[in-house]
Design a protein around this ligand. Structure first.
Ligand SMILES: [Mg+2]
Length: 231
């Protein structure tokens, strides 16, 4: 039975030097005339939930937000490409990520996947910016699949079943992410969570949410693989 390893993107595989936030704030301002509160945290949220929650705080109704959702996401993607391509913002892969992704991809007993709040096109833009070809991730669940992160693990599970051609129990999904939302989101399907403190939360912050394991970073490839296989 293979284990499906589902990586979060921002704060886990890479940091985009705020390219994502800048692109989203510009898209929101262009579409709604307001960027949302600077204190609002993006991490752990899906792209569309960021739009909804920030614009609710700016006084827009859900009907008004839904009517402009496609427009704001289209503008966000154009802005993200420009921020990262222009060299104004340099995204970089976090320490240990390239060797870890190589090792998971090469392992016969593991499947390399994604579970991210990014819409699928934005995931591709960010991954390519750090020389990770998105095609290497053989399956994924994205913010374009559902606005609520806890809805993403069942989608990843269905895609894993379709990819492998047999049932994949939830406990064979291992979700690796940098926020409490990553740690919690797979509980409904029985997935295991591994926290990593390379985003905005410390090891202690993440441990408080009872993940299977927590790392300060993912540089010890052999140890991370061991924990994935133990999960
Ligand atoms: Mg993240």
């Amino acid at each position: 039975m293979k284990t499906v390893v589902l990586f979060d993107i921002d704060g886990t595989l890479l940091l985009s030097n705020s390219a994502g936030r800048v692109a989203m704030e510009n898209a929101l301002t262009s579409t709604f005339g307001a960027a949302g509160p600077s204190s609002y945290r993006y991490d752990g949220k899906t792209d569309k939930l960021i739009v909804r929650e920030t614009m609710r705080l700016e006084g827009f109704s859900d009907a008004e937000i839904d009517a402009r959702m496609d427009e704001v996401i289209t503008k966000y993607l154009a802005g993200l490409r420009e921020e990262l391509a222009s060299g104004r913002r340099n995204a970089y892969a976090l320490p240990g990520i390239h060797p870890l992704v190589d090792a998971v991809e090469a392992a016969d007993d593991l499947v390399l996947g994604l579970l991210t709040g990014n819409v699928v096109e934005g995931a591709g833009v960010k991954l390519r910016a750090v020389s990770l070809a998105p095609e290497r991730f053989v399956l994924g669940a994205y913010g374009s699949d559902h606005e609520e992160r806890p809805q993403l693990p069942p989608i990843a599970q269905q895609r894993a079943i379709a990819h492998l051609g047999h049932h994949v129990p939830g406990e064979r999904l291992v979700i690796i992410g940098d926020t409490p939302a990553d740690v919690h989101c797979g509980r409904g399907v029985g997935a295991r969570a591994i926290g990593v403190a390379t985003g905005g939360y410390s090891v202690a912050d993440l441990e408080a949410h009872d993940p299977f394991a927590t790392f300060s970073d993912l540089t010890d490839t052999a140890r991370v693989l061991e924990v994935i296989r133990d999960a």
